[in-house]
Structure formats: C-alpha cells, structure tokens
Design a protein. Structure first.
Length: 454
C-alpha cells in the first residue's frame, strides 16, 4: 500500500516471459495503471515517501523506478551482479536501497541515478548467501536486512569512517540468528521492536526482537572500524554490534513464512506463508489472536469426476491362456482426465472371469459375464465373453510361443537371431521364418530342446 493508503502497487509477471507493475485505486477497487517491465517476474516493489514513484528489482540484475502518474521510467541502474530481490526508499525519498542474490546492499541517489556506495562490506567472503529482504527504520537513516545466513542486521546509510579493506563499518546491529533463510522483515511504527520471518525445510519461524538502541559511534569505535583486522578492534566492534539487542519472543510454524508486517498502531503482527493462512499475533509476546485464509474458499465442483471411460468397451477371451488389461480413464468437470486403472472397485455377476486389483481380466470357464467398475461415485460396465476354456488346449507356435521368445529378446540380433546364432543354436531374426525355428527346436540334436512326449 502507498503511505497514504489510497493506492496499491503490485509487482509480478510470468517467469522467463514478462514482468508487470499494476497500480490500483483502493477506494474504487479499479486498476489505474499497468506498466510492462522486462522479461521475467518482478521483485520487491516499494513506494517513495511522497507516493509518486515505485521501485522494483529484476532478475536481469537491474534496479528501476517509475513515475506512477504517467508510467515513465525515472531510474535505471545495473550495478548489481545478480537478481535484485527487494527495494526500499529512505525516509527523505532521495535515495533508494536495493538488495539481491549478489550478497550486496547498494545505495543509489534517485535524482541523478548515481550509485553512491556498497553499504555492506566489499571484502570477499565477508557475507554469506543472498539477501532477500530489506526495510527502512521509521525514525533513522538505517535499513534492516535479512537473507540466506538467517541473521537480521541493521546498517546505516552513510559512512562515518573511510572505507578500508576488511571493514564493515556501516553495520549498526546484529540480532540473534534464525533457522533458515529470512524472507521478510518489518520495524514497529515506533522503531522499538522488529519482526522477521524465515523458512527452513518447510518449517517457518517468526522472531520478535527488541530494537531500541543507540546508533552513535564514538572516536574509539571509529578507530576500531578503521582497523578491522586488529584483535582489540574486533572485540570493540562485536560489543557494539550486539549491545541493547535481544530476542523478545519466537514462534515456529508448520509452514514456510514469506511475509511479516506490523499494523499501523503497532499492536498486531501479520504473518503469511506457504499454506495461504494469514495469522495475526500480538506484538508483545506473539500470542495468536486470529488465523484465516487469505482468499475465500469455495467447493470446486469442477474437480469432481463426472464420467468414466473404459477400454476395451467389451472383451472376448478365447482359450484358457487369453487375458485382457483394462484401462480406466476418469473425466473431471474441467475436461481434464487422468488414469484410474489402479484405483477402482469392481463387481462381477458370475464366476466366468476373475479380475485382479490392477485390472487384469482372465478367463475361468466358458460363458458371459457383466463387469461393473466404480470410481469416485461414478460407474461404468462392460460385457466379457469367454470361449474355448473347456476344450483341449492346442498350442500354436506363432500364436503362443513366438511372442514369448520375441518379448524376451531370444530371436534378437544380439542373441540367437544373430547371423551365426549363439552357442551353437540359431533362430531366425525376429521370428521371420517360424518353420525354420520349429525345426531348430524339435529336430536339432534329436529334439534336445523340446520334450515332445509332454
């Protein structure tokens, strides 16, 4: 929402296809502007303090800002080395701060589009993982950031010492770490507390911290910041970064947490996550006040199964070794279909056939049977006719034997179907000469390979 609550800015898009900014009028609930941007989903939209501009991050590593009165792009920066995941304006509105997968927090002057500084350390290995979220302190020129390392950190926007290799002098406070990656942060309206939400292996955490602290830096600390590798300097810096910082309360959820926010009066904290439920907590001890779905839920009748189709529509089994596999297709109200061949119940009106749980139909005796199939409150049926079970079985080489040999690869070119056969036994390639094959089985070596007497 804009700071005056009159407009709503939405950033999104279609992955690897297009990005879009939408500006909505809250009072009339109408779309007032749509701005196509880039070729991928947009991230981290934020309002300027005067409610006249919005900023977004892109996966092409750019930071952009737009005038919402005409949709014109007023800022374009390509100073990140990876995706820009979140943005925020300072309280004066003259600077933009952006964070991304390149582990950097970058300060940009809006009027000139000038890159001012890397707020975080530029020392290789000083930071761990990308930064996903950023928010501005309501009373100070400071920002709170969080990301892959699970440690919420506060940085000042302007330097108080000269930059030296290895320093991280803009760091004001480090809060106790959270499990997993931080995806959302927010300060209370008075700045005296802050909330953070994270996710790790599908489990979410919400931590409430005390954030009322003195940001001033004395001369001894300034000297320590300028000598970051000195042992005494490290001790002084560590004491400063953790002073007046503590964890007030925490909650663990059975779902990932992606969004957190304080209410304007600072009394309630809203938390959103992967399960679609919005949870409201009190801002003192994180006691749950209320939980509700973020969108109205309605029973979706279109997902119900409205018809069944079975293949084949009728079955004729000839002989005791014949069989048939049923294929059952369920059709939804949406027009979608899925295979239900392993998920159905059945009823047979006689003992002419037997049916397995997987849908295999086999003959038991000559006759006719009606087979009824049930799935998801739907029913279909088919007729099964059986013949030739009661008489003597007369095997046929082409019908009964060759399919088995071919399925197992016995007459393939890499086995007995090779030019010279295998181990002294040769079959025709893929059974093209069944008379030759019968002779090979029954005549060679005095019918060694076939028990004719059986």
């Amino acid at each position: 929402f804009s700071h005056d609550g009159k407009k709503l800015a939405v950033a999104g898009g279609l992955p690897a296809r297009s990005g879009e900014i939408q500006i909505w009028n809250v009072g009339s609930k109408r779309l007032s502007m749509s701005i196509p941007v880039g070729f991928d989903t947009l991230y981290g939209i934020s309002w300027s303090p005067d409610n006249k501009k919005v900023a977004v991050g892109l996966s092409d590593s750019t930071l952009r800002a737009f005038d919402i009165s005409n949709g014109k792009q007023v800022l374009f920066k390509n100073h990140h080395d990876d995706w820009v995941l979140d943005t925020v304006w300072n309280n004066k509105g003259d600077h933009l701060v952006s964070v991304g997968r390149d582990m950097a927090v970058k300060l940009t002057e809006v009027a000139t589009s000038r890159f001012v500084d890397n707020i975080t350390s530029i020392t290789p290995g000083a930071l761990k993982g990308g930064i996903h979220a950023i928010t501005v302190h309501p009373k100070k020129e400071e920002v709170l950031v969080g990301g892959s390392d699970g440690v919420p950190q506060v940085f000042r926007l302007t330097r108080v010492t000269k930059r030296v290799i290895g320093d991280n002098s803009n760091l004001v406070r480090k809060f106790p770490p959270m499990p997993g990656r931080i995806f959302s942060l927010d300060f209370a309206p008075d700045g005296k507390s802050m909330i953070a939400g994270s996710s790790y292996n599908g489990v979410g955490s919400v931590h409430l911290y005390h954030s009322e602290y003195d940001s001033s830096v004395n001369d001894a600390l300034k000297k320590a910041f300028e000598r970051p590798l000195d042992g005494n300097s490290k001790k002084l810096s560590a004491e400063y970064h953790t002073k007046q910082v503590k964890l007030l309360a925490k909650v663990s959820l059975g779902t990932s947490v992606y969004s957190t926010a304080f209410s304007p009066d600072g009394k309630t904290i809203a938390v959103g996550g992967a399960d679609g439920v919005v949870r409201l907590y009190d801002s003192q001890a994180l006691g749950l006040k209320r939980a509700f779905m973020s969108v109205p839920m309605a029973e979706d009748k279109l997902q119900d199964v409205i018809a069944l189709a079975v293949e084949p529509s009728e079955i004729n089994l000839n002989g005791k070794f014949d069989y048939n596999q049923l294929l059952l297709t369920a059709v939804k109200g949406t027009g979608e279909s899925y295979d239900a061949s392993r998920d159905f119940a059945f009823k047979v009106d006689s003992d002419v056939i037997k049916v397995s749980k997987s849908g295999m139909v086999e003959p038991m005796k000559d006759g006719e049977a009606k087979l009824e199939i049930f799935h998801k409150n739907q029913k279909t049926s088919l007729t099964v006719r059986v013949a030739g079970v009661g008489g003597d079985f007369k095997p046929d080489y082409v019908r009964d034997v060759m399919p088995v040999l071919s399925k197992l690869g016995c007459n393939a070119g890499t086995c007995h179907g090779a030019k010279d056969g295998k181990n002294g036994f040769k079959l025709s390639l893929r059974g093209y000469d069944p008379i030759y094959d019968i002779r090979a089985f029954t005549d060679d070596l005095a019918s060694r390979r076939v028990n004719v007497a059986s």
